[in-house]
Design a protein around this ligand. Structure first.
Ligand code: SIN
Length: 348
């Protein structure tokens, strides 16, 4: 072997050594995924409450059941706590196709479907059973048609619970106690009317901005469920809570109709069956959580709670009554109007 051949041989050996060394050091890329990306249906499902809330737990349960039933062919990505979008942004993003399922508070759809504000009427429901009867009956069906007309599909209605009043200034027992206070509300004319009728101011703010706004004193009060007051620690900023149960807070589980219709029939059926199963579970869970978390709120030393007596409730109902007339004259739908008129008769 001459000198040049020896050099060539050494160069080749060095290259070979380098290749073998590299191969043994670089971890092999293993494709654990049994389903190719083209086969997989991804459903992005953002929401604004914490994970340990009726909505948070139900979204997680939906994800787990769907992924197990589909053998990984459908992946549900849940984003809690407004980590992807705020409550108003998510409605826009659904139409743009960036997300596939949303679960906003019913009131947040009132710009698109004004009839949806029936859920906000003060003291419309006496208990959860009345809400479920509405959701599963002709009014629920009618709401479904209204959603379809606007290009959405209403998949289910989930509960959070009944709303309570919190504020940082004073105990609110009678309607006159609201006078002059400023409340954060969600976008519903019915809710704005409710506060106006008792002489309070109100303005709309997204849920993810609520804690900071209360902390900065931009609002003195707000209305929310036991679960949200507890989970977002609003009781650390709001010294007074009135257990008024004056309104209902629930969620429209909504998708884009075109997207939903594009899903293969058997997969769509599996998703719809799973939603029915999760909705039953969510209803029981929400009732249980409301009881448990109310017990927790009662133990908070910084919070003073007043539970309205039935006499006090009567005078609240009387003060809010005109919200019914305003709602009834603002909508055209007879199925919904008749339902509200019937219920209105028992509100003094
Ligand atoms: C929610 O429960 O999704 C939000 C409620 C709120 O905006 O007050």
């Amino acid at each position: 072997m001459n000198r040049i051949s020896i050099i060539r041989f050494l160069q080749l050996a060095a290259i070979l050594f380098f290749i073998i060394f590299e191969a043994s050091c670089t971890p092999r890329t293993i494709d654990y995924d049994q389903v190719s990306p083209e086969e997989k249906l991804i459903i992005r499902f953002p929401h604004v409450t914490g994970e340990n809330t009726p909505k948070g737990l139900a979204a997680k349960r939906f994800k787990e059941l769907v992924e197990a039933k589909s053998g990984g062919k459908v992946e549900v990505q849940v984003f809690p706590n407004s980590s992807l979008y705020s409550d108003y942004e998510e409605i826009d993003q659904l139409k743009k196709g960036h997300i596939q399922i949303i679960a906003p508070q019913t009131a947040k759809f009132s710009n698109i479907i004004p009839e949806a504000q029936l859920f906000d009427l003060p003291y419309l429901f006496q208990n959860n059973k009345e809400v479920w009867e509405l959701a599963d009956g002709p009014v629920g069906k009618e709401l479904g048609h209204l959603f379809e007309k606007k290009g959405y599909k209403l998949l289910a209605i989930w509960d959070n619970g009944f709303k309570q009043i919190t504020n940082s200034k004073k105990p609110i027992k009678k309607p006159a106690d609201f006078f002059g206070l400023n409340f954060r509300i969600v976008s519903s004319q019915v809710i704005a009317n409710q506060f106006e009728l008792v002489g309070a101011d109100s303005s709309v703010l997204a849920f993810n901005e609520l804690y900071q706004a209360l902390e900065q004193g931009k609002f003195q009060g707000e209305e929310n469920t036991v679960s949200n007051i507890n989970n977002k620690k609003l009781y650390t900023l709001q010294k007074y809570m009135t257990k008024s149960d004056h309104g209902y807070l629930g969620y429209f589980i909504v998708t884009d109709k075109k997207f939903w219709d594009s899903i293969p029939r058997d997969t769509r059926k599996m998703l719809e069956d799973t939603l029915t199963e999760v909705t039953d579970w969510e209803r029981t869970t929400a009732v249980q959580m409301e009881q448990d978390q109310y017990a927790q709120l009662q133990k908070q030393p910084e919070l003073t709670i007043h539970e309205l007596t039935s006499e006090e409730k009567k005078s609240w109902k009387a003060s809010f009554h005109d919200a019914y007339n305003a709602y009834i004259s603002s909508i055209n739908n007879n199925v919904i109007k008749d339902y509200v008129k019937k219920k209105e008769q028992r509100v003094p």
